[in-house]
Write a new protein. Structure first.
Length: 342
């Protein structure tokens, strides 16, 4: 059997769970946890696993408590939560657009969030609260622009991607202009933030993205069936009882919220939202990118990339540099295999 049926005792509620997808999610969760443990125990001051566990339950010595709770745990959790948010958002956008290139960083939503945050950084400094609010506002405004400009007898996937690429190009020009008009110190801070980094992350970066994940992911899972039907086309989805525009607007709103808050916490980390859903789809052998596998894959990709950037390359290397390099290779492979199939 390829699916597992879960039912309540009264049979009023039943749920079909694909066995392979469940196994993939469990495997991704275990590997992500292992990466997180390595991130907590290794570094300039290695700590035994027992000391880390004692610290997490409030029984660690002052030195271990400072290293784990102040320096390492916020960074690890920010990477896991931000990666999960990008993964789920990428899966939503790729399903809505019916295009593997329909991710937030390709269609301009991540760039819009970066523009909003960049304006705040140059005007008010790098305080986490204002920068986060600026990123959310920028992401919402860019999403509205892309959606309204692409709506014509329904927001078709190809049109959504093309309009998003155009909006992203214009916003990149705005970002470049803002940096050229800034002082040297502000320009350096803005350019460093635009790469995407987990350096210096604290609990103020963890809680916002964790709260949005708790609220948005269950809502997205509740809309998973309409989202899957939308991939069949608007006419087919409408014939099967889906309120097409309302469902599309709802899932896009959730994806924009996830993208904006994730960008506010770690910057516009490149290619995680693009690669995570496709890698998860290949592992699950599913026709569509599942939300939970994509989220777990995104969490693993970002956490593992940050660990590699710290331990294998340079402790100060922003994670966006590594994900951008790996993502460029993956994008080239995706285009090449797509051309070969065509």
């Amino acid at each position: 059997m390829t699916t597992l049926a879960l039912r309540t005792p009264s049979d009023r509620i039943s749920l079909r769970v694909p066995r392979r997808a469940t196994a993939v999610c469990a495997g991704l969760l275990v590997v992500t946890f292992a990466v997180a443990v390595v991130g907590l125990t290794t570094g300039d001051y290695p700590l035994p696993l027992g000391d880390v566990l004692a610290t997490l339950v409030g029984r660690g010595d002052p030195a271990s408590t400072f290293i784990v709770e102040t320096l390492r745990a916020p960074r690890v959790l920010t990477g896991v939560f931000v990666g999960a948010a990008f993964g789920v958002a990428g899966a939503i956008f790729q399903s809505v657009s019916r295009n593997p290139l329909g991710s937030p960083d390709i269609v301009g939503f991540t760039t819009g969030s970066a523009t909003g945050a960049l304006i705040v950084i140059l005007a008010l400094g790098e305080a986490a609260g204002p920068v986060g609010l600026g990123a959310v506002c920028g992401g919402v405004v860019s999403a509205l622009a892309v959606y309204l400009l692409s709506v014509r007898n329904g927001a078709q996937g190809a049109r959504l991607v093309l309009v998003g690429i155009g909006i992203a190009a214009m916003l990149e020009s705005v970002n470049a202009y803002l940096i050229t008009r800034a002082t040297r110190e502000d320009a350096f801070a803005a350019a460093h933030w635009l790469v995407g980094s987990l350096n210096g992350r604290g609990w103020e970066h963890v809680w916002p993205v964790a709260a949005v994940l708790v609220l948005a992911v269950p809502l997205a899972l509740a809309l998973a069936r309409p989202l899957a039907l939308l991939e069949m086309g608007d006419d087919a989805a409408r014939a099967l009882g889906v309120r097409v525009e309302r469902s599309r607007a709802a899932v896009i709103f959730l994806a924009v919220a996830l993208t904006a808050v994730a960008t506010a916490s770690a910057g516009p980390v490149a290619f995680v939202a693009l690669a995570a859903p496709q890698l998860a789809r290949r592992l699950t052998r599913s026709a569509t990118p599942g939300l939970l596998p994509a989220g777990l894959m995104g969490a693993l990709l970002l956490a593992a990339s940050d660990l590699a950037a710290q331990r294998l390359l340079d402790a100060d290397l922003p994670v966006g540099v590594l994900t951008g390099a790996l993502g460029g290779i993956y994008l080239g492979w995706l285009l090449f295999t797509g051309r070969s199939r065509a």
